[in-house]
Design a protein around this ligand. Structure first.
Ligand code: GLU
Length: 496
């Protein structure tokens, strides 16, 4: 084997790209980039009933979106393809035939029902429910006869019974398993499809994989896979098992804790570079206290030694914080470009759905609206909520705000006076608007606060938002006056 570093990611397309799978992919990718190696993507679709084309696409899209590009694999090809297990069946049969011929595998004719029944009996007797190796004891004649009769059969591995198997895990250190804890696992199912255990070893060998970096949930597969390497007299790769991602309650992260699919985070408006940075730190640390890191910095700092041994807790608050940092770092042009599709999806940037103002078609308006909230939004979908009122006139007003500001004595008069005042502001700029609003408060013998809050509620329907003078300037005089008039009508009607 050459010294080339070749790593792989081997997802089964049985669900949406999961955060944990994406993290495994990212670690493999970082490792490859760090060492000038090759990152292979292989789709483990040998479980025909559970795999789907839609999930394959979701996985490819999700990895590309995160910037985890593969050097060999689907759509890019490579010297060791095909990169879909379902297209490699002949090769698995070749390996199984070789093992059969050397007595290292055997056909098993036990039916599912028989196996189930025997498993139950063993459990009753307090024994570990393992295959009892009944078919391993069949004579050659019996095997030939049953095959002749066309009896369906799987192929099992004739696993060693005594001794043990060990490896030096690059994350966990020395790991050992006793062979008597393993059983004669199935290599090929009765339907002629390989099991994961067989296919993964054949593919990793054929694709010259040097390091297997994968989740700790697969650690119990490793001793079985090592036996297969030995049976085939193939050089074993190195293994690194990374700890699982945990929910804040330290249980395994799952759907009940919230979104687990990369595509869900994409739809929620997280930036791929922020999400990748966050995911990288779930279990890995650069060895100092750096958190926000560029891709190049992560590549330069990445090592398997930097991966912790205990589970990493998924903290959504930290992700939100990090995403906010990345959002604020974007140049105004980039920021607007990233945010725009989210506005469009929410139906906010088109004339029909909006206020019917030609200004909405105006790039400049959209840009000014978005930039007003660059400091506050933590995600792009949150941004859409924050700016919605710039595109839709308020149809109702915040309830608490209404009680506090609209149900006050003189609220309608205040709104009328504000209309009049703002109609005369020239130019309609932040400074002039501010002077007018403060002047109005003085004239009315009020503090500035209540005046500002009332105008805000009238103009936005909300009690919070960007600075009032800034937002009024962006809305523009015409729209502001229309909204103040509508609010005044609302206040008067409510008082009747
Ligand atoms: N296909 C396996 C999975 O999706 C991963 C295989 C491996 O990394 O060995 O869990």
């Amino acid at each position: 084997m050459s010294n080339e570093i070749r790593v792989r990611m081997a997802p089964s397309p049985t669900g949406l790209l999961h955060i944990g799978t994406a993290r495994t992919a990212l670690y493999n990718w970082l490792f490859a980039r760090r060492h000038g190696g090759v990152f292979v993507l292989r789709i483990e679709d040998s479980d025909r009933t559970r795999s789907s084309e839609e999930y394959v696409q979701n996985i490819l899209d999700g990895l590309r979106w995160l910037g985890v590009e593969w050097d060999e694999g689907p759509e890019v090809g490579g010297p060791y393809g095909p990169y879909f297990q379902s297209q490699r069946l002949a090769r698995y049969h070749e390996v199984v035939d070789d093992l059969l011929a050397r007595g290292l595998a055997y056909p098993c004719f036990c039916t599912r029902e028989e196996l189930e029944q025997r498993r139950k009996e063993m459990q009753k007797q307090g024994l570990p429910p393992r295959y009892d190796r009944r078919c391993r004891a069949l004579s050659e004649e019996e095997r030939a006869r049953l095959i002749e009769e066309g009896k369906p059969h799987a192929i099992r591995f004739a696993a060693p019974d005594e001794g043990g198997v060990a490896w030096e895990d690059l994350v966990r250190g020395e790991v050992q398993f006793e062979n008597n804890a393993l059983d004669d696992f199935v290599l090929m199912k009765a339907d002629g499809f390989p099991t994961y255990l067989l296919a993964v070893v054949v593919d990793d060998h054929d694709m010259r994989i040097s390091h297997i970096i994968r989740g700790e949930d697969l650690i119990s597969a490793t001793p079985r896979q090592l036996h297969l390497y030995q049976a085939m007299d193939w050089e074993r790769p190195q293994f690194a098992h990374i700890p699982l991602i945990l929910a804040p309650d330290r249980s395994k992260l799952s759907k009940r804790h919230g979104a687990t699919a990369i595509s869900e985070y994409r739809e929620m408006g997280y930036l791929p570079e922020a999400l990748a940075n966050f995911i990288a730190l779930l279990g890995w640390s650069p060895g100092d206290d750096r958190e926000v890191m560029t891709r190049e910095e992560m590549i330069a700092a990445f090592s398997l030694e930097g991966i912790g041994k205990s589970g990493a807790v998924f903290d959504i608050e930290k992700l939100n914080w990090m995403n906010g940092v990345y959002l604020r770092r974007l140049s105004p042009e980039e920021y607007v470009e990233r945010a725009r599709p989210f506005l469009e999806k929410a139906g906010l940037s088109t004339d029909e759905a909006g206020m019917g103002m030609p200004a909405l078609q105006n790039d400049d308006y959209i840009k000014r609206v978005l930039l007003l909230e660059q400091e506050r939004a933590k995600t792009l979908s949150e941004l859409v909520d924050l700016v919605e009122f710039f595109f839709r006139r308020p149809e109702s007003y915040d309830e608490k705000g209404e009680r506090k500001w609209f149900q006050r004595e003189g609220a309608a008069e205040l709104l009328a006076a504000a209309e009049k005042k703002l109609a005369a502001v020239e130019p309609f700029s932040v400074e002039q608007i501010e002077a007018a609003v403060r002047g109005l408060a003085e004239e009315l013998g009020m503090k500035a606060g209540p005046v500002i809050h009332t105008i805000r509620l009238a103009a936005t329907g909300r009690t919070k938002g960007p600075g009032l003078f800034e937002l009024l300037e962006v809305l523009g005089r015409e729209e502001v006056l229309a909204r103040l008039a509508a609010a005044r009508g609302h206040v008067q009607k409510a008082a009747e």
